[in-house]
Design a protein. Sequence first.
Length: 274
Amino acid sequence: MTEKDKLKKKVKKKLDVPNKAIDGDENRDIESKLGDFLVEENYIKEITEREEDWGFVYYSAARQIAVSKKEMPHKKWEDCIFKMGINQKTGESLFPAPGEETEKYRFLHEANHAYQEHLCLKYFPENPEFFYEKSLKKEIDCPYSQLFEFCFKKREEDEENNKKKLPRGLSIWGNASQYNHKGDPNIPNKVSEVAVRAQEDANELVTMFLWHPEYFATYLDYLSLNYRNEEIREKEITEEDLRERGLLRISKEEAVFLEEILKSYVKEMKKSLH
């Protein structure tokens, strides 16, 4: 067995999502194929361990995913994991449970970052680091560029009306304090901060969709306050609830747009993985 084969085996184990996130999912084998692709194309060259905190990180320059030896604190799991969604086939809750399931979910999130490195290189091979800038100028048009642009504009619009100046977007992960431009020399200004946070939002939406389309669909119902969804109606979610969590409401039309974009994103991904 070659070193690359050994790494594929390790990555595949990390992406071995639970059955509840597979049953009824037409993309049931995509995580495994994604792992093989990322190793084969050298977007993941190594899995390392980190001890600084509980976070998982994809290092694009080194093409490494670093996983923490420390368990995710339960309060952080409560804050960061969207805890709604039912697998209509099995009746199980779709969200990842604390512990091993959440570790697999978080590894999938980092693997998606690695795949997005591939997209940046594919669509702007001359200078892939300028993919996001080109996307905002509409000089690149693909499902991922459209998704990123949408997430960026939602945050940008909120920045103009956000009196408390607290970050709000389409994911909790995108609000993390480490993306503050005042604390990171690699994030030189507010526009860069919004762009980095929007990348996290876009990536988390992709991760939700790959985990299970019904999980993603429930999240769209949540953000759009779709009371036809029994879970949303029973919890009586309001726009103020979203804002207190650092999230932004989307319209039903925007929810449909995001669903179509994610379907296009995965359709393109499947072509790459084959």
